[in-house]
Design a protein around this ligand. Sequence first.
Ligand SMILES: O=C(O)CCC(=O)C(=O)O
Length: 224
Amino acid sequence: MTSSAAAGLFGPATLSAPGQLLLLPMIAAAADGPKCNLHSHSELARKVICDPAIRASVRQLFGGGYQLWRTNFFERQAGIAHPGVGWHHDKHFQDGDLPVDFAEAGDHISIVIALNKIDHSNGSFQYIPGSFGATISGCGRDSRPYHQRPAADHFLQLSEAVAAQAVLLPIPAGHFCLFHSALLHGSIASDGAAARTSMVGRLVRNHCAIPAASATAADVIPFC
Ligand SMILES: O=C(O)CCC(=O)C(=O)O
């Protein structure tokens, strides 16, 4: 396990109920329209993201008092090459319209779950250890909340020195990782040799206002 407070990432750790994952990629693939926030209308999606092992780890590491405001899926299909997911962070807001405070760590937590094994064959998850803070050498921090900046600004061009610190993190099927949402992460390109799906979730502490542009009332559920 990579668990380290300095790295800003915990895991991979096993889910309590990995068996129920078998059906989820099919449900996600069959969903009409966007798969964003499937947890608000699929009981199975809700059960997977609220797995007791994830809740227990969040409580143990960060104390509790969180709500879930976003889930989504990242898919790769067999036989189709994929360019990978560019470097970004998930701290889409701090508290309503306030600027994002990168010195604050703990109010925003991200979850990534491997519904299938995720590795070099199908687009490994990668991250820059320790990159959740206010300063990252050679790489500025844009404090505008996501809903106040152009979508194209979401993906970042890292300096060579920062990109050289990237760590590839294979995640076995039925395992999850937790990380500070401001951590720089993404996933590598894949040539279509194998399919895979990750389910991701974003938590925010109960005292943080969730911008209306980011979630509807139905999307937001108590977490732990
Ligand atoms: O699973 C992936 O490919 C990337 C996941 C990711 O970028 C995220 O959790 O924001």
